[in-house]
Design a binder for this molecule. Sequence first.
Ligand code: PLP
Length: 395
Amino acid sequence: MTKLSDETRASLRSRTRLVHLGRDGEQSQAFANLPPFRGSTVLYPDVATLASRAQRYTYGTHGTPTTEALCAAWTDISGAAGTVLVPSGLAAIVVALMTALSAGDHLLMTDSAYGPARAFANATLKRMGVETTYYDPCVGAGIEALMRPNTKAVLTESPGSQTFEIQDVPAIAEVAHAHGTCVLMDNTWATPLFFPPHAHGVDMAIEAGTKYLSGHSDLLLGLVSADEAWLKRLEQTAYHLAIPAGPEDAFLALRGLRTMELRLREAERQGLALARWLERRPEVMRVIHPALPDHPGHAIWKRDFAGSSGLFSVVLDPVSEAAAAAFLDGLELFGLGYSWGGYESLAVPFDAAPIRTATHWAPGGPTIRFSVGLEDIEDLKADLDRGFERLRTTP
Ligand SMILES: Cc1ncc(COP(=O)(O)O)c(C=O)c1O
C-alpha cells in the first residue's frame, strides 16, 4: 500500500478516512492491520538515547504503535489537535474534567449528563474543592446567568443521557469562551462523524469508545480529543493519572473504526424505522428521538448534526409496574443491558427523575431506552409486538 500523501489525505471523505487512517505498513511489517503491541519495557540502543529518551516509544504507559495509530485516526476524524486513550468512557470524562479544573473552581454540568459523571462531581470533585452547579440542558446562551468568575468548565452532553435533550453547544461555547471557560462535551451518541465537536466550539470532546467505535460489546475504552490550547495539559493529566488503555482494546477499536460509519448509518436507519413504528403504537405515549420532527430540539439537531444513531427512548402510556416488566422480561431479541452501541438490540427501563436537580423529569408513564442493533427490523418489530401483547394482558 502506498503511503497517503498529505494532499490525498486532506481530500478524503469520512468513509475512506476510516478505512485508511492509522495504518502504517512499516510498523505492521506489511500486514494490513497493526497487531496489538503488548509491552511494558521498551529497549534503548545506548545510554545516550536512554538519557535523552530521543526515540519514538519510551515506556509502555506512554503509548505503543497500536494506541498511537488509534489516536492519530481519532484526532483526524474529530478535527482535533490530539487525542488520549483511557480504559473506559467514564475514565475519559474524569480525565477531561481533571484537566480543566483545579481546587477552588466552579463546574457547570448539564442536568442530563451521564449519571456516573454526576457521581464523580458530587463526591470526588467536591472533595477536591470543586463546586458543581447543574443546569437545564436547554439553557443555550442563557448559561451566561450561571457563569461565575471561577467557572472554569462547562460539561455538555448532546443529546442527554436517556432523555435526549439537544443542547445548543455553539451558543454555550460562545458564552463560555467569552469568560475564558473550557467547554467539554460527551459526544458518544453522535461520534465525530455526526457531530464534529471541535468545529462547534468544544475544547475537549469525550467519546466512550465502548459504544459505536467498538460496535461489538466486547471492549471498554475512552477517548478525549482536544484542541491545541488544551492538548498539552490533557496529555499531562492522563499521564499523571497513569490509566493507559489496554493494547487488545486499542486493537479491537481500530478494527471497529473501519466499519464505524457503515454501522452508524445502519443504526440510524434502523433506529428511525423502529422509532416511527413505535410512534404509531397505541401503547406508546411519546417517542423521544432528536431526528423526529416533534422532538423539542429537532431544529438544533438539524442545524448541527449530520445524522442520528440508534439510541432513543419511549414513554409508554401509564401501566402497572408488572405490565411494564412483562413487556421487557419476555423479549427474546432485545437484551436487557446498559452498555449500548453494539450489534445487538437492547431495551432498558430508566427513571431520570431521582437524579435531576436543575430540571424536573416527569414523562407521565414508564420510560424505556432502546439501542437498535443490526437484526432484521421485521424480527425486532415482531419481538416488540409480542411484548405489547404481554403488556396489554398483564394486570
Ligand atoms: C453517554 C455516555 N457517556 C459515557 C459512558 C461511559 O462509558 P463506559 O461504559 O465506557 O465507561 C456511557 C456508558 O453508558 C454513556 O452512555
